[in-house]
Ligand binder design. Structure first.
Ligand SMILES: Cc1cc2nc3c(=O)[nH]c(=O)nc-3n(C[C@H](O)[C@H](O)[C@H](O)COP(=O)(O)O)c2cc1C
Length: 158
């Protein structure tokens, strides 16, 4: 194994050696629409109280809607939702925007593999990202399908 050097490209490469699921984080915006952003930095933090965490790049638009007390939905994507992931990462927009439904005032994707309805509890600056700690208010999962996995690209776990 080569010695590590801490340039951005290498950091991204090595961080990409850790497989994750894929989520869409979503909030209601002041103009009455929903803003969604694809994120793989999701982490379950605490059971009592129920807390989850993710990190958002400072310059991402989602950041402008994040404040303590905001209602935020987290949708875990299923294996058929690669297009949805690319849509909310602005890689390739779908012709028909995915549908959100409200759970405890937080928008979540209707077709999600699993979802959390949360309230933003803390925003913690962390380099070029902000860590967003959220309290879980409600949640559910569709255990009949499989999650979408991200590891050097999208993977199917079957
Ligand atoms: C699989 C995948 C995972 C991603 N994970 C994150 C993440 O955890 N945090 C983040 O800030 N951006 C992440 N991104 C990038 C954002 O989705 C992308 O920059 C998006 O266009 C930002 O949207 P916004 O500026 O409209 O909020 C990810 C993208 C992909 C494809």
């Amino acid at each position: 194994m080569k010695e590590s050097t801490l340039d951005a490209k290498r950091l991204r490469q090595v961080a990409g050696c850790f497989p994750t699921g894929v989520t869409v984080l979503s909030v209601h915006t002041p103009d009455g629409s929903v803003h969604g952003m694809t994120a793989s930095s999701f982490l379950s933090v605490s059971l009592t109280p129920p807390l989850v965490l993710f990190s958002v790049m400072n310059e991402n638009q989602l950041n402008s809607y994040l404040e303590v007390g905001a209602k935020l939905g987290i949708s875990i994507l299923n294996e058929n939702m690669e297009g949805v992931s690319n849509h909310f990462a602005k890689i390739a927009l779908l012709e028909e925007a995915p549908v959100f439904v409200d759970r405890n005032e937080a928008p979540v994707l209707e077709e999600a593999h699993a979802w959390y309805a949360t309230t933003v509890e803390q925003l913690i600056p962390a380099g070029d990202h902000v860590l967003v700690l959220c309290r879980v208010e409600a949640l559910d999962a569709n255990l009949a399908d499989n999650p979408l996995v991200y590891y050097q690209g999208y993977k199917n776990i079957k």
